[in-house]
Design a protein around this ligand. Structure first.
Ligand SMILES: *[C@@H]1O[C@H](CO)[C@@H](O)[C@H](O)[C@H]1NC(C)=O
Ligand SMILES: *[C@@H]1O[C@H](CO)[C@@H](O)[C@H](O)[C@H]1NC(C)=O
Length: 396
């Protein structure tokens, strides 16, 4: 009898506890229910959207996450690439951090490359990875107008509302590519040497090989070089990737054996294609400080450079050290971004309290509201596209 009673008691308490769980679960599911995503509209009657490719190596997961939040907007698309030297654990951690942001998990517009590429410094594996990213973004999403290449050491100097607002009045065929055919010292040191990137065919990471022989500068096409940091139109990328014309492929084969091909590939394709050579704007829209003569990389920017950056009217700046205090300044003064939160825009409707993320609730995501940095950026763009400067933009 005693045993039976005990058995009843156990059964009863188990039933009670499970009921409690069901109740608690339904309460928590109700209170944390995500707002339904507002409908995203694309096309010429709406502000333009951007497809961002952000890449980095081992240990860059946190920086990539921070940069993603700084350039996040529900209408854009993002493809993040942690190269093969980063561990799968770091990749999984990045995915976890992304999914914990309510807007990102609701709009599902951020992807992380699951099978990463091996990237060799200065070799062709990086241009291969960029082309792959562009191909994925073209294939998955039809709404975006421009492809933006960023690295983990970059940061924006304006909000996405600013960028989209200013680009609303720009022809969506334009390609922002800093370029020149005046090769200078690069002709003998970058264009004529023949290199092979082992990242393309060896599983371990090694340096690029350099052949002892040099080759003549091409004369079947004109070589252009410039900044690796490009903003490309959708139509130009379709031309590069879908491949009905042989030019993009021929140049890719040639640039496979050039040092730092990302400083010449898109530049040479766009300027040798009659249907695209009138679409270039000669700028990379980045703020960088170089040594004279330039070293391989620009200076690391810090607090002393803040005013210069803000006044520059550039869209992005590079490069920054991990968690440099100046990034905190940009977050606070330009992006109004809280720790581990997306940079707010007109789409965020949550109340601004320190304990509430304003972007955990949203309204119409198709409306953008420019802030003070948009004025400076607009001036930069107007200046670049001014009649008196058009010649500067031509491929020559
Ligand atoms: C460039 O030239 C083509 C004709 O070759 C023309 O259709 C196109 O509108 C021009 N684009 C710009 C941005 O001027
Ligand atoms: C910022 O960097 C420059 C060199 O690039 C250096 O001279 C300056 O002292 C740095 N400023 C701070 C606040 O660290």
């Amino acid at each position: 009898m005693g045993a039976e009673k005990r058995w009843f008691f156990t059964l009863f308490s188990a039933a009670f506890i499970s009921l409690l769980f069901v109740l608690l679960y339904s309460i928590s599911a109700f209170s944390s229910s995500k707002p339904f995503p507002s409908v995203v509209h694309y096309g010429t009657h709406h502000p333009p959207a951007f497809a961002y490719y952000i890449s980095g190596g081992r240990g860059d997961g946190n920086r990539i996450f921070r940069l993603l939040l700084a350039v996040y907007h529900p209408r854009n698309y993002y493809l993040l690439h942690l190269s093969a030297d980063a561990s799968d654990e770091e990749r999984v951690r990045l995915v976890g951090a992304i999914n914990a942001v309510p807007a990102i998990s609701s709009f599902a517009n951020v992807d992380v490359v699951g099978k990463p590429n091996r990237l060799s410094y200065m070799g062709s594996s990086s241009i291969a990875a960029t082309l792959r990213a562009a191909a994925i973004l073209l294939r998955l999403h039809s709404g975006w107008s421009w492809f933006v290449v960023l690295s983990a050491s970059d940061y924006p100097l304006l909000t996405q509302d600013d960028l989209s607002h200013v680009f609303s009045s720009v022809s969506r065929d334009l390609n922002f590519i800093d370029h020149t055919s005046d090769l200078g010292w690069k002709e003998s040191q970058r264009i004529q040497p023949i290199v092979v990137d082992p990242g393309i065919y060896l599983a371990r990471r090694t340096q690029i090989f350099q052949a002892t022989q040099k080759r003549p500068t091409p004369d079947a096409f004109k070589v252009f070089t410039g900044s690796a940091w490009v903003i490309l139109s959708r139509s130009f990328l379709e031309f590069c990737i879908l491949g009905w014309n042989n030019l993009p492929r021929t140049l890719l084969m040639y640039f496979n054996n050039v040092i730092l091909p990302e400083e010449g590939y898109f530049h040479s394709v766009v300027c040798n294609a009659p249907e695209f050579k009138n679409t270039t704007v000669n700028t990379d829209l980045r703020y960088m400080i170089w040594d004279n003569p330039p070293k391989m990389e620009p200076h690391f920017l810090n607090i002393s450079d803040y005013d210069g950056m803000v006044q520059s009217g550039a869209a992005f700046a590079r490069q920054f050290k991990r968690n440099d205090p100046v990034l905190e300044m940009i977050d606070e003064k330009i992006l109004k971004r809280g720790h581990n939160r997306a940079a707010p825009g007109a789409w965020c409707t949550g109340r601004r309290r320190w304990w509430i993320d304003p972007c955990s609730q949203w309204g119409d995501v198709n409306v953008v509201k420019p802030g003070p940095q948009a004025k400076k950026f607009e001036k930069t763009i107007k200046n670049l596209l001014d009649q008196s400067n058009l010649q500067r933009n031509e491929c020559q």
